[in-house]
Each structure stands twice: as C-alpha cells, then as structure tokens.
Design a binder for this molecule. Sequence first.
Ligand code: HEM
Length: 350
Amino acid sequence: MLDLNKHNIPGPPFTMFFGTMKEVLLGRTSVEKYLRNIYDAYERPPFVGIFHIREQILIIKDPEHIKDVFIKDSALFPNRGLNSSLQEEPLKQFLFHANVPVAHIIRSKVSSAFTPSKLKELCHMMLESLERLDNYLEELLSKNNNIINCGNIAARLTADMTGINLMSINMRTLTRENYEENDFLKYTDNACGTYWGTLIKTVMIDICPRLYKWIDYLLSSNSKVTPPFLNFISDIIKYRKKHAIVKADILGLLMELKKNPGKLSEFIGSDVMDEFLRTQMLGFLYAGYETTAATICNTLYELASHPNIQDKLRKKILDTYAKNNGQLQYDDINAISYLNADFKGKHNNI
Ligand code: HEM
C-alpha cells in the first residue's frame, strides 16, 4: 500500500475534503493544467505525491520509470485506479474502466491490431488520408484567403484515419460533398467539450458511488452524442453480418470476440454482449480521435511558434520525398530522425 508520508514523497498541501486537487474538483482548472503546474513546481524530484480526495496518487516524472510502468512492467499495473463502481457496470467497461480479467481478454484480442507490422500495413491508408487532406486544404485555402482553422483540420484528418483504421469506414470528413456539414464532427464537438454534468459526476463517483448511479442516469452528458454513434456502429455491424464481411480491423476483432467469447461470457452476460461490443467500439473511437487530433493540433502550434524548426523539418521531409521518388513508406518516415526528435520534443539534443 502506497504511503506518501512514510516515503517522504514531496507534494502540494492537503485540504480537508478535496485532498490536493481542490481546484480540479471544483472545475476551476483542468487536470492537465494541474499536472503541468506540479511538473513545473517540483522540477527535480522524480516522484510527486498528490491526494485525489483521500486517495493517494504517486505521479511519476522520470521518463525511464514511466516507460517501465507503461511497457516493461505494464502487467503489474493493469488497473487505472478508476472507481470500482464503474467496473461493475458491463456497459461502462471500455478498456480504460474494465475490471482486470475483462480488460485482459479484450487486450489479448485487439493487441494484434497494434503491432509494428500492422501499423506498417496501415501506413498506405494513412497516406491516402493525407492525399484527401491535400485536396481539402487546396480548396479551403483558395476560399478563405489562406486562413485555416488548424483544430478543425486536425479533427477532420484524425476522423478520416480513425474511421478507416478502426472500422474500414470513410467518415467523409475529407470528402468534398461533406466539407460543410459532417455528422461525425458535429457529434464529436459535443462529445469532447466540457460539460458541467461531467464535473459533478467525477466528484460523485468517488464521494458517494451509490448516489453516482442516479446522478449518472440523470446527467447523461453524452445523451445527444452516444445514441447516434451507437446506432452508426450497429448499422456497420448489421451490414457486415448481412454480407458476411470479415475484416481484421478493430471492429472485426471485437465481432470475432463476440462470436467466440470464451471466458468473457463468465463476466459479461450474453444478453448484453451486443451493447458491450458497441461500447468498446465507441471507446476506441474516442480514445483514438480526441488524443490524436489534439496532438496534431498542438504540434502544428509548436511548429508555427518555432519557424526555424518548421523550416528544417520541412526540408528533411522534402529531401526524403525526393530521395524516394515522391513515395513515402513506413520505414522512410521512421528514418527521418529529425521528425522523430520533433515528435519526442527532443530538439535541444540535435
Ligand atoms: C497521440 C495520440 C494518443 C495519445 C496521446 C494517447 C494516450 C493514451 C494514454 C496516456 C493511454 C493510457 C495508457 C495506460 O494507462 O496504460 C492510452 C490508452 C489507450 N489508447 Fe491511446 N493515445 C493516443 C492515440 C490512440 C489511438 C490512435 C488509439 C486507437 C485506436 C488509442 C487507443 C487506446 C486504447 C485502446 C487504450 C487503452 C489501452 C489498454 O488499456 O490496454 N489511443 N492512450
């Protein structure tokens, strides 16, 4: 059991009822800003201790230790510390929330979609998405006096890639006839915004899990968002079943899991298996979409703020293009060491 005091782990002061996260719990700051401040305030120590209400949390700052937890010793850290009452509800058990045995079954099923060789296979689809982006940008720039909204572009590109990679579906976020109106972008704008009900629920789930169940029912933050997405996923599943389409994408792997649930049926009743599958798919969509779009958008911002790095990176990419006769494959992209350093934020080392 972690004991921050016993191990003399430094950390911000404790406040009754809130622990050290009062500003976050009251919605006055985001978790991201809170953690950023901790990173800045405790520059030297490799660990910092915080309290989420009464729960002790160890923040690991040292990249080598972080790697150990995420990769080498990941089996020792199967749980994300989310409240157990979520884990009792099968329809909330996306991989992040799932209890350990369920998460283990899902992970072993879908991990084949995340191997380096699979990513290599996906590379040509990503390059096709980038071609669509190219066309979109050309049209947009000519229409808007060279002014573009990078957040929107990152969202469109990510949705295009996510749809194809997860479900082999074109989300049409980069398709000319859907430039103006796009259902996916409309729904995700709603889904990813901050919602006061989510704040209340975040606090309630820890303070009073029983009450949370009612609050959760009353304050369903994604009520406008979730049903259309779930219906959309159902339609694809129905279509695949009707036409006996089998694919090795995430949806295909999950459908296979439903067909041969093995031990999963001990944890998830067969009557809710369809819902469970759609929940997983929805979770994958959110997990892949918002994170990647935000990363692309922040990268564009950093590059715009550091034009010297941007110019050098552009030159390295164009040189690689020229060297490969205008064709970039997975290995060529990986070989652009300046690009890798850019992604890892290591420009000072170059
Ligand atoms: C830049 C983009 C991304 C970032 C920053 C990001 C970040 C993260 C983080 C921090 C975790 C938690 C890791 C842990 O607790 O073990 C995670 C887990 C996960 N992410 Fe991402 N992610 C990104 C892109 C994606 C994409 C494209 C997908 C694909 C579909 C995805 C699917 C998942 C899934 C399924 C998990 C749960 C893994 C598990 O429980 O085994 N993420 N991600």
